[in-house]
Design a protein around this ligand. Structure first.
Ligand SMILES: Cc1cc2nc3c(=O)[nH]c(=O)nc-3n(C[C@H](O)[C@H](O)[C@H](O)COP(=O)(O)OP(=O)(O)OC[C@H]3O[C@@H](n4cnc5c(N)ncnc54)[C@H](O)[C@@H]3O)c2cc1C
Length: 280
């Protein structure tokens, strides 16, 4: 367990907000912006869901007090979406209102496809009055091109990723090449939305999207490139040096296992990193 905790440190910035803020300062000093995420998903009862909401409020206040360049990301199942939608909605509203007061931004991560519609419904119900909240779309889902068009029509901020969850063929493209092609199509659509964020470590996807953004007349301050903490840090810094706005997703907290497992599962190199370190 201790070895795994040590290994997870490559992808997770610490157990608590103070450790996470140290990582944020280091990234900021290299010109990289951050979105902070308190790890946790699938809260099973009211007490856990309320504690997660409090932690998100604390994050917002600690970010403001410390003056770092960061916003926050959160998951709706952490706020209780799975068992009490009203509770999740109330907590999200409190968090978004506090972010608004502190002049920052809240991104709602997208979870497995069983939550997509509920997440979008809750997001849109709050976004109308509170534009300081954004959403994530996943190019592996067949529905996402339509969702991207709706996001453009409703002028919402979208982070586009490929999708980290195993999904049934009925709702998702099983072949990587189709997920990639969908990513390129959705990125081109999202050129019409405010501050589209390209969340990928895939150079070919970034290149295709930047071409589409350029053709749509976007300049570097109109969009963000986003990567995960511990993955392709050198590339993130190169992109920053080329003048792009680059934001790193920095997770922290004790509930790191599901997040860590998704990183290991999606890439051989990440697994090799763990195995190599385990035996050293
Ligand atoms: C900022 C951010 C936020 C995210 N938020 C969500 C979310 O809300 N919901 C969700 O489902 N998923 C989210 N994800 C995860 C995402 O869906 C993918 O699971 C993850 O990013 C891997 O996909 P990829 O786009 O990097 O491409 P992949 O297809 O995994 O990789 C493509 C290429 O990227 C390069 N690459 C990837 N990893 C490495 C590495 N470790 N070292 C060197 N090169 C590498 C390689 O060239 C590789 O061929 C997020 C990802 C990011 C970056």
């Amino acid at each position: 367990m201790r070895a795994l905790t040590f290994l997870a440190q490559r992808f997770v910035a610490g157990d608590d907000i103070s450790e996470a803020l140290d990582a944020v300062r280091e990234l900021n000093s290299d010109g990289l912006k951050v979105t902070l995420d308190n790890l946790g998903e699938d809260s099973l009862d009211r007490a856990h869901a309320l504690a997660a909401a409090e932690e998100n409020l604390t994050m917002l206040r600690r970010i403001a007090e410390s003056g770092v360049d960061a916003n926050i990301s959160l998951k709706l199942t952490q706020l209780g979406l799975a068992f009490d939608e009203k509770l999740a909605a109330e907590s999200l509203l409190r968090i978004v209102a506090e972010a608004e007061r502190l002049k920052t931004f809240v991104r709602i991560d997208m979870e497995a496809s069983q939550w997509t519609q509920k997440t979008l419904d809750l997001f849109y119900s709050i976004h109308e009055k509170h534009p300081g909240v954004g959403i994530v779309l996943q190019s592996n889902l067949r529905r996402t091109e339509a969702d991207a068009k709706e996001a453009v029509a409703r002028k919402v901020r979208v982070r586009l990723c490929k999708g980290a969850y195993r999904e049934p063929v009925a709702v998702a493209f099983p072949d990587k090449k189709d997920v990639d092609a969908s990513y390129d199509r959705c990125a081109a659509i999202l050129a019409g939305a405010p501050i589209p964020a390209l969340a990928t470590h895939d150079d070919a996807r970034i290149e295709a999207a930047l071409k589409a953004f350029d053709a749509a007349g976007l300049v570097k301050s109109d969009y963000e490139l986003q990567m995960l903490y511990g993955i392709r840090g050198k590339r993130a810094r190169e992109l920053r040096e080329m003048g792009h706005t680059v934001r790193i997703y920095v997770p922290y907290g004790s509930h790191w296992f599901p997040y860590f497992y998704r990183r290991i599962r999606e890439r051989k190199e990440n697994l090799l990193f763990v195995v190599r370190n385990f035996f050293e």
